[in-house]
Design a protein around this ligand. Structure first.
Ligand code: APR
Ligand code: PHB
Length: 399
Protein backbone atom coordinates (compact mmCIF):
# COMPACT_ATOMS: atom_id res chain seq x y z
CA UNK A 1 0.00 0.00 0.00
CA UNK A 2 1.19 3.49 -0.75
CA UNK A 3 -0.09 6.99 -0.12
CA UNK A 4 1.31 10.48 0.20
CA UNK A 5 0.35 11.22 3.80
CA UNK A 6 -0.39 8.56 6.42
CA UNK A 7 -2.62 10.07 9.10
CA UNK A 8 -2.81 8.22 12.40
CA UNK A 9 -5.94 9.04 14.40
CA UNK A 10 -9.44 10.11 13.35
CA UNK A 11 -10.09 12.77 15.97
CA UNK A 12 -10.59 16.40 14.95
CA UNK A 13 -6.89 16.78 14.03
CA UNK A 14 -6.60 13.74 11.75
CA UNK A 15 -9.99 14.15 10.09
CA UNK A 16 -9.54 17.87 9.43
CA UNK A 17 -6.07 17.29 8.01
CA UNK A 18 -7.48 14.58 5.75
CA UNK A 19 -10.18 16.97 4.53
CA UNK A 20 -7.79 19.87 3.86
CA UNK A 21 -5.41 17.62 1.92
CA UNK A 22 -8.20 16.03 -0.06
CA UNK A 23 -9.36 19.48 -1.19
CA UNK A 24 -5.82 20.14 -2.44
CA UNK A 25 -5.57 16.85 -4.29
CA UNK A 26 -3.10 15.31 -1.86
CA UNK A 27 -3.73 11.65 -1.04
CA UNK A 28 -3.99 10.46 2.51
CA UNK A 29 -5.02 7.34 4.39
CA UNK A 30 -6.50 7.78 7.88
CA UNK A 31 -6.00 4.94 10.37
CA UNK A 32 -8.11 4.94 13.55
CA UNK A 33 -7.84 2.49 16.44
CA UNK A 34 -11.45 2.82 17.62
CA UNK A 35 -14.76 2.11 15.90
CA UNK A 36 -16.73 4.76 14.04
CA UNK A 37 -19.47 4.49 16.63
CA UNK A 38 -17.00 5.11 19.45
CA UNK A 39 -15.40 8.22 17.96
CA UNK A 40 -18.80 9.64 17.03
CA UNK A 41 -20.12 9.33 20.56
CA UNK A 42 -17.25 10.56 22.67
CA UNK A 43 -18.53 13.70 24.35
CA UNK A 44 -15.95 16.44 24.38
CA UNK A 45 -15.81 20.23 24.45
CA UNK A 46 -17.95 22.48 22.32
CA UNK A 47 -16.58 25.98 21.75
CA UNK A 48 -15.33 26.78 18.25
CA UNK A 49 -13.21 29.85 17.68
CA UNK A 50 -14.05 32.10 14.75
CA UNK A 51 -10.95 30.82 12.92
CA UNK A 52 -12.02 27.20 13.39
CA UNK A 53 -15.51 28.01 12.10
CA UNK A 54 -14.04 29.76 9.04
CA UNK A 55 -11.69 26.87 8.30
CA UNK A 56 -14.43 24.22 8.53
CA UNK A 57 -16.67 26.41 6.34
CA UNK A 58 -13.95 26.87 3.70
CA UNK A 59 -13.29 23.14 3.81
CA UNK A 60 -16.92 22.50 2.85
CA UNK A 61 -17.92 20.81 6.10
CA UNK A 62 -19.71 23.71 7.77
CA UNK A 63 -23.34 23.34 6.63
CA UNK A 64 -24.75 21.62 9.72
CA UNK A 65 -22.53 23.70 11.99
CA UNK A 66 -24.08 26.86 10.54
CA UNK A 67 -27.60 25.43 10.86
CA UNK A 68 -27.33 24.01 14.37
CA UNK A 69 -24.42 25.81 15.99
CA UNK A 70 -25.20 28.68 18.34
CA UNK A 71 -23.38 31.93 17.70
CA UNK A 72 -22.31 33.67 20.92
CA UNK A 73 -20.98 37.18 21.31
CA UNK A 74 -20.10 37.13 24.99
CA UNK A 75 -19.57 35.11 28.16
CA UNK A 76 -20.36 35.79 31.79
CA UNK A 77 -17.84 35.75 34.64
CA UNK A 78 -19.60 35.26 37.97
CA UNK A 79 -17.98 35.67 41.37
CA UNK A 80 -19.09 36.77 44.82
CA UNK A 81 -22.62 36.04 43.63
CA UNK A 82 -22.58 38.70 40.91
CA UNK A 83 -22.38 38.15 37.15
CA UNK A 84 -20.40 40.32 34.76
CA UNK A 85 -20.74 40.05 30.99
CA UNK A 86 -17.60 40.12 28.87
CA UNK A 87 -18.73 41.33 25.43
CA UNK A 88 -16.28 39.20 23.45
CA UNK A 89 -17.24 40.40 19.98
CA UNK A 90 -17.24 44.09 20.86
CA UNK A 91 -13.80 43.75 22.37
CA UNK A 92 -12.32 41.44 19.74
CA UNK A 93 -13.10 43.11 16.44
CA UNK A 94 -16.47 41.47 15.87
CA UNK A 95 -15.18 37.92 16.13
CA UNK A 96 -17.62 35.38 17.58
CA UNK A 97 -17.55 31.88 19.04
CA UNK A 98 -19.87 29.08 17.95
CA UNK A 99 -21.20 26.47 20.34
CA UNK A 100 -21.17 23.18 18.44
CA UNK A 101 -20.00 19.93 19.99
CA UNK A 102 -16.65 18.50 18.97
CA UNK A 103 -18.54 15.22 18.53
CA UNK A 104 -20.67 16.90 15.85
CA UNK A 105 -17.59 18.27 14.08
CA UNK A 106 -16.18 14.74 14.02
CA UNK A 107 -19.45 13.30 12.64
CA UNK A 108 -19.53 15.91 9.86
CA UNK A 109 -15.91 15.23 8.89
CA UNK A 110 -16.42 11.46 8.84
CA UNK A 111 -19.59 11.80 6.74
CA UNK A 112 -17.77 14.05 4.25
CA UNK A 113 -14.88 11.61 3.94
CA UNK A 114 -17.09 8.56 3.49
CA UNK A 115 -19.07 10.43 0.85
CA UNK A 116 -16.02 10.98 -1.34
CA UNK A 117 -14.72 7.49 -0.62
CA UNK A 118 -11.35 8.76 0.60
CA UNK A 119 -9.57 6.07 2.67
CA UNK A 120 -10.47 5.95 6.36
CA UNK A 121 -10.06 2.72 8.30
CA UNK A 122 -11.54 2.20 11.74
CA UNK A 123 -10.53 -0.46 14.26
CA UNK A 124 -6.95 -0.84 13.09
CA UNK A 125 -4.64 -2.55 15.58
CA UNK A 126 -0.95 -2.59 16.47
CA UNK A 127 -0.11 0.63 14.65
CA UNK A 128 3.63 1.36 14.52
CA UNK A 129 5.65 3.93 12.60
CA UNK A 130 8.97 3.16 10.88
CA UNK A 131 11.91 4.89 9.20
CA UNK A 132 10.80 8.44 9.88
CA UNK A 133 14.47 9.51 9.66
CA UNK A 134 14.81 8.45 6.04
CA UNK A 135 12.95 9.21 2.80
CA UNK A 136 10.75 6.14 2.90
CA UNK A 137 8.76 6.10 6.13
CA UNK A 138 6.00 3.57 6.65
CA UNK A 139 3.21 2.61 9.02
CA UNK A 140 2.49 -1.00 9.93
CA UNK A 141 -0.86 -2.09 11.31
CA UNK A 142 -3.36 -4.94 11.49
CA UNK A 143 -6.81 -4.62 10.02
CA UNK A 144 -9.52 -7.25 9.53
CA UNK A 145 -7.10 -9.94 10.65
CA UNK A 146 -4.38 -9.09 8.11
CA UNK A 147 -1.02 -7.33 8.52
CA UNK A 148 -0.43 -4.27 6.35
CA UNK A 149 2.40 -1.88 5.59
CA UNK A 150 1.55 1.58 4.33
CA UNK A 151 4.42 3.41 2.58
CA UNK A 152 4.19 7.18 2.50
CA UNK A 153 6.08 10.48 2.21
CA UNK A 154 5.00 11.87 5.54
CA UNK A 155 3.34 10.56 8.71
CA UNK A 156 0.93 12.82 10.59
CA UNK A 157 0.70 11.78 14.24
CA UNK A 158 -2.85 12.86 15.12
CA UNK A 159 -3.36 10.04 17.61
CA UNK A 160 -4.07 12.02 20.75
CA UNK A 161 -2.32 12.10 24.09
CA UNK A 162 -2.14 8.30 24.52
CA UNK A 163 -1.16 7.49 20.94
CA UNK A 164 2.00 5.88 19.60
CA UNK A 165 3.43 8.72 17.52
CA UNK A 166 4.88 10.86 20.28
CA UNK A 167 6.53 7.72 21.68
CA UNK A 168 8.12 7.14 18.25
CA UNK A 169 9.98 10.46 18.43
CA UNK A 170 13.61 10.17 19.58
CA UNK A 171 13.05 10.52 23.32
CA UNK A 172 16.43 12.17 23.94
CA UNK A 173 15.45 15.02 21.60
CA UNK A 174 11.99 15.48 23.00
CA UNK A 175 11.54 18.11 25.67
CA UNK A 176 8.43 17.76 27.78
CA UNK A 177 6.88 20.65 29.72
CA UNK A 178 3.98 19.82 31.97
CA UNK A 179 1.88 20.68 34.94
CA UNK A 180 -0.64 18.46 36.71
CA UNK A 181 -3.47 20.38 38.34
CA UNK A 182 -4.72 19.51 41.82
CA UNK A 183 -8.33 19.37 40.60
CA UNK A 184 -10.49 17.79 37.92
CA UNK A 185 -13.79 18.54 36.18
CA UNK A 186 -16.96 16.58 36.66
CA UNK A 187 -19.02 17.15 33.51
CA UNK A 188 -22.68 16.35 32.89
CA UNK A 189 -24.98 16.59 29.92
CA UNK A 190 -28.49 17.32 31.17
CA UNK A 191 -31.83 17.26 29.45
CA UNK A 192 -32.69 20.78 30.52
CA UNK A 193 -32.90 24.11 28.73
CA UNK A 194 -29.71 26.09 29.38
CA UNK A 195 -30.12 28.51 32.27
CA UNK A 196 -28.49 31.33 30.37
CA UNK A 197 -28.05 32.33 26.72
CA UNK A 198 -24.29 32.61 27.18
CA UNK A 199 -21.65 30.52 28.96
CA UNK A 200 -21.18 31.27 32.66
CA UNK A 201 -17.78 30.73 34.25
CA UNK A 202 -18.13 31.03 37.99
CA UNK A 203 -15.73 31.15 40.89
CA UNK A 204 -17.16 30.29 44.30
CA UNK A 205 -15.31 29.57 47.53
CA UNK A 206 -16.30 25.90 47.10
CA UNK A 207 -14.74 25.87 43.65
CA UNK A 208 -15.26 26.57 39.97
CA UNK A 209 -18.35 25.74 37.90
CA UNK A 210 -19.24 26.27 34.26
CA UNK A 211 -22.64 26.40 32.60
CA UNK A 212 -22.43 25.62 28.91
CA UNK A 213 -24.90 24.12 26.45
CA UNK A 214 -25.24 21.99 23.37
CA UNK A 215 -28.64 23.11 22.12
CA UNK A 216 -31.74 24.94 23.34
CA UNK A 217 -32.76 21.65 25.04
CA UNK A 218 -29.42 20.39 26.34
CA UNK A 219 -27.30 21.91 29.08
CA UNK A 220 -23.64 21.00 29.57
CA UNK A 221 -22.42 21.71 33.10
CA UNK A 222 -19.07 21.29 34.76
CA UNK A 223 -17.95 21.45 38.35
CA UNK A 224 -14.50 21.52 39.90
CA UNK A 225 -13.91 18.30 41.85
CA UNK A 226 -10.95 16.40 43.28
CA UNK A 227 -8.75 14.48 40.83
CA UNK A 228 -9.25 11.27 42.81
CA UNK A 229 -13.06 11.59 42.99
CA UNK A 230 -15.11 8.77 41.44
CA UNK A 231 -18.46 9.17 39.71
CA UNK A 232 -19.93 7.14 42.60
CA UNK A 233 -18.98 10.02 44.90
CA UNK A 234 -21.31 12.24 42.89
CA UNK A 235 -24.95 11.10 42.92
CA UNK A 236 -27.27 13.40 40.96
CA UNK A 237 -28.56 15.18 44.05
CA UNK A 238 -25.05 16.12 45.14
CA UNK A 239 -24.21 17.41 41.65
CA UNK A 240 -27.27 19.66 41.48
CA UNK A 241 -26.87 20.87 45.06
CA UNK A 242 -23.28 21.85 44.40
CA UNK A 243 -24.15 23.53 41.09
CA UNK A 244 -26.96 25.50 42.76
CA UNK A 245 -24.57 26.66 45.47
CA UNK A 246 -21.77 27.67 43.16
CA UNK A 247 -23.97 29.52 40.67
CA UNK A 248 -26.14 31.22 43.31
CA UNK A 249 -26.55 34.94 42.75
CA UNK A 250 -26.90 37.54 45.49
CA UNK A 251 -29.95 39.02 43.83
CA UNK A 252 -32.93 36.90 42.97
CA UNK A 253 -33.94 36.32 39.39
CA UNK A 254 -31.64 33.56 38.25
CA UNK A 255 -32.36 29.86 38.58
CA UNK A 256 -30.49 26.81 37.47
CA UNK A 257 -32.60 24.65 35.18
CA UNK A 258 -32.37 20.98 36.10
CA UNK A 259 -33.24 17.78 34.28
CA UNK A 260 -32.26 14.14 33.76
CA UNK A 261 -28.50 13.56 33.49
CA UNK A 262 -27.80 11.88 30.13
CA UNK A 263 -24.04 11.55 30.39
CA UNK A 264 -21.35 12.16 32.98
CA UNK A 265 -17.59 12.02 33.22
CA UNK A 266 -14.66 13.09 35.37
CA UNK A 267 -11.79 14.59 33.38
CA UNK A 268 -8.34 15.12 34.84
CA UNK A 269 -6.69 18.44 34.07
CA UNK A 270 -3.26 18.62 32.56
CA UNK A 271 -1.04 21.17 30.86
CA UNK A 272 1.48 19.46 28.58
CA UNK A 273 3.72 20.35 25.64
CA UNK A 274 6.21 18.08 23.85
CA UNK A 275 8.81 19.88 21.74
CA UNK A 276 9.63 19.73 18.91
CA UNK A 277 6.46 18.66 17.15
CA UNK A 278 8.35 17.18 14.23
CA UNK A 279 11.16 14.72 13.66
CA UNK A 280 12.22 13.70 10.16
CA UNK A 281 9.02 12.82 8.34
CA UNK A 282 6.87 12.47 11.43
CA UNK A 283 4.71 15.48 12.35
CA UNK A 284 2.67 15.55 15.56
CA UNK A 285 -0.59 17.52 15.68
CA UNK A 286 -3.24 18.18 18.33
CA UNK A 287 -3.39 16.30 21.62
CA UNK A 288 -0.49 14.05 20.49
CA UNK A 289 1.78 17.06 21.11
CA UNK A 290 -0.03 19.20 23.66
CA UNK A 291 -2.83 19.24 26.21
CA UNK A 292 -4.46 22.26 27.81
CA UNK A 293 -6.85 22.36 30.76
CA UNK A 294 -10.37 22.92 29.36
CA UNK A 295 -11.02 26.27 31.05
CA UNK A 296 -9.99 28.29 27.99
CA UNK A 297 -11.81 25.98 25.53
CA UNK A 298 -8.67 25.73 23.43
CA UNK A 299 -8.01 21.97 22.93
CA UNK A 300 -9.98 21.40 19.75
CA UNK A 301 -9.11 24.81 18.32
CA UNK A 302 -5.39 24.22 18.76
CA UNK A 303 -5.63 20.83 17.08
CA UNK A 304 -7.29 22.48 14.08
CA UNK A 305 -4.69 25.27 14.05
CA UNK A 306 -1.86 22.69 13.89
CA UNK A 307 -3.27 20.83 10.93
CA UNK A 308 -3.96 24.02 9.10
CA UNK A 309 -0.25 24.85 9.30
CA UNK A 310 0.66 21.29 8.30
CA UNK A 311 -1.72 21.22 5.33
CA UNK A 312 -0.40 24.53 3.98
CA UNK A 313 3.18 23.35 4.39
CA UNK A 314 2.44 20.07 2.59
CA UNK A 315 0.78 21.93 -0.28
CA UNK A 316 3.87 24.16 -0.66
CA UNK A 317 6.11 21.13 -0.58
CA UNK A 318 4.17 19.07 -3.15
CA UNK A 319 3.27 21.94 -5.49
CA UNK A 320 6.43 23.98 -5.49
CA UNK A 321 9.04 21.81 -3.85
CA UNK A 322 9.21 24.46 -1.14
CA UNK A 323 10.03 22.79 2.17
CA UNK A 324 10.27 25.97 4.24
CA UNK A 325 6.80 25.52 5.73
CA UNK A 326 7.49 21.93 6.74
CA UNK A 327 10.83 22.88 8.28
CA UNK A 328 9.16 25.66 10.26
CA UNK A 329 6.14 23.52 11.24
CA UNK A 330 7.08 22.94 14.86
CA UNK A 331 8.14 26.53 15.57
CA UNK A 332 5.08 27.96 13.85
CA UNK A 333 2.68 25.75 15.80
CA UNK A 334 4.45 26.14 19.13
CA UNK A 335 4.03 29.92 19.13
CA UNK A 336 0.25 29.50 19.09
CA UNK A 337 0.42 26.50 21.44
CA UNK A 338 2.28 28.47 24.12
CA UNK A 339 -0.07 31.44 23.82
CA UNK A 340 -2.99 29.05 24.37
CA UNK A 341 -1.12 27.33 27.20
CA UNK A 342 -0.67 30.63 28.94
CA UNK A 343 -4.28 31.67 28.42
CA UNK A 344 -5.58 28.30 29.64
CA UNK A 345 -3.31 28.42 32.69
CA UNK A 346 -4.45 31.99 33.43
CA UNK A 347 -8.16 31.19 33.14
CA UNK A 348 -7.74 28.01 35.18
CA UNK A 349 -5.83 29.71 37.98
CA UNK A 350 -8.19 32.65 38.07
CA UNK A 351 -11.36 30.56 38.30
CA UNK A 352 -10.45 27.48 40.36
CA UNK A 353 -9.96 27.24 44.08
CA UNK A 354 -6.89 25.44 45.38
CA UNK A 355 -6.73 23.99 48.88
CA UNK A 356 -4.75 25.91 51.48
CA UNK A 357 -3.96 28.94 49.39
CA UNK A 358 -5.81 31.91 50.88
CA UNK A 359 -3.22 34.34 49.49
CA UNK A 360 -3.72 32.97 45.99
CA UNK A 361 -7.50 33.16 46.40
CA UNK A 362 -7.30 36.88 47.24
CA UNK A 363 -5.05 37.50 44.25
CA UNK A 364 -7.47 35.76 41.93
CA UNK A 365 -10.48 37.68 43.25
CA UNK A 366 -8.55 40.86 42.62
CA UNK A 367 -7.70 39.70 39.13
CA UNK A 368 -11.34 38.89 38.37
CA UNK A 369 -12.38 42.33 39.55
CA UNK A 370 -9.74 43.85 37.32
CA UNK A 371 -10.86 41.80 34.29
CA UNK A 372 -14.50 42.84 34.63
CA UNK A 373 -13.74 46.51 35.36
CA UNK A 374 -10.91 47.30 32.98
CA UNK A 375 -11.55 47.32 29.25
CA UNK A 376 -7.88 46.58 28.64
CA UNK A 377 -7.96 43.47 30.82
CA UNK A 378 -11.30 42.31 29.39
CA UNK A 379 -9.89 42.77 25.88
CA UNK A 380 -6.98 40.50 26.75
CA UNK A 381 -9.44 37.82 27.77
CA UNK A 382 -11.67 38.40 24.75
CA UNK A 383 -9.05 38.26 22.01
CA UNK A 384 -7.53 35.08 23.43
CA UNK A 385 -10.92 33.46 24.00
CA UNK A 386 -12.24 34.06 20.48
CA UNK A 387 -8.82 33.02 19.15
CA UNK A 388 -6.01 35.12 17.78
CA UNK A 389 -6.14 35.42 13.99
CA UNK A 390 -4.04 33.06 11.88
CA UNK A 391 -1.21 34.31 9.75
CA UNK A 392 0.30 32.40 6.90
CA UNK A 393 3.84 32.86 8.12
CA UNK A 394 3.23 32.70 11.83
CA UNK A 395 1.06 31.18 14.49
CA UNK A 396 -1.05 34.32 14.73
CA UNK A 397 -1.03 37.90 13.60
CA UNK A 398 -2.78 41.07 14.59
CA UNK A 399 -5.25 40.40 11.75
N1 APR B 1 -3.62 4.15 16.19
C1 APR B 1 -4.66 4.76 15.59
N2 APR B 1 -5.44 5.68 16.18
C2 APR B 1 -5.16 5.98 17.46
C3 APR B 1 -4.09 5.39 18.15
C4 APR B 1 -3.30 4.45 17.46
N3 APR B 1 -2.28 3.84 18.06
N4 APR B 1 -4.06 5.91 19.39
C5 APR B 1 -5.07 6.78 19.48
N5 APR B 1 -5.75 6.83 18.32
C6 APR B 1 -6.92 7.65 17.97
C7 APR B 1 -7.91 7.84 19.11
O1 APR B 1 -8.80 6.75 19.19
C8 APR B 1 -8.59 9.13 18.69
O2 APR B 1 -9.73 8.88 17.88
O3 APR B 1 -6.47 8.96 17.69
C9 APR B 1 -7.56 9.87 17.86
C10 APR B 1 -7.07 11.11 18.55
O4 APR B 1 -8.13 12.03 18.65
P1 APR B 1 -8.29 13.08 19.84
O5 APR B 1 -7.91 12.46 21.12
O6 APR B 1 -9.65 13.65 19.70
O7 APR B 1 -7.16 14.18 19.54
P2 APR B 1 -7.08 15.35 18.46
O8 APR B 1 -7.62 14.94 17.15
O9 APR B 1 -5.70 15.88 18.58
O10 APR B 1 -8.11 16.43 18.97
C11 APR B 1 -7.86 17.24 20.07
O11 APR B 1 -9.66 16.36 21.31
O12 APR B 1 -9.07 15.45 23.37
C12 APR B 1 -9.73 16.47 22.72
O13 APR B 1 -9.68 18.33 24.13
C13 APR B 1 -9.07 17.74 23.06
O14 APR B 1 -10.47 19.05 21.85
C14 APR B 1 -9.22 18.47 21.81
C15 APR B 1 -9.16 17.54 20.72
C1 PHB C 1 -18.23 22.77 26.74
O1 PHB C 1 -19.30 23.25 26.33
O2 PHB C 1 -18.06 21.54 26.76
C2 PHB C 1 -17.15 23.65 27.21
C3 PHB C 1 -17.30 25.02 27.11
C4 PHB C 1 -16.30 25.87 27.56
C5 PHB C 1 -15.14 25.33 28.11
C6 PHB C 1 -14.97 23.97 28.18
C7 PHB C 1 -15.98 23.12 27.74
O3 PHB C 1 -14.17 26.16 28.56
Amino acid sequence: MRTQVAIIGAGPAGLTLGRLLEREGIEAVILEARSRDYVEHRIRAGVLEQGTVDLLTDAGVGDRMHREGLVHHGIELRFDGVGHRIPLSDLAGGRVIVIYGQTEVVKDLIAARLETGAPLRFEVEDVSVHDVDGDTPSVRFRHDGADHELHCDVIAGCDGFHGVCRQAMPQDRLQVFQREWPFAWLGILAEAPPSSDELIYTRHERGFALASLRSPELARLYIQCRPDDDLEDWPDERIWEELRTRFATREEGWTLNEGPVLDRLIAPMRSFVAEPMQHGRLFLAGDAAHIVPPTGAKGLNLAIADVRVLAEALVDSYRRGDRAGLDAYSDTCLRRVWRAQHFSWWMTTMLHVADDDPFGAQLMRSQLEYVVNSEAAATTLAENYVGLPFARTGAYSRG
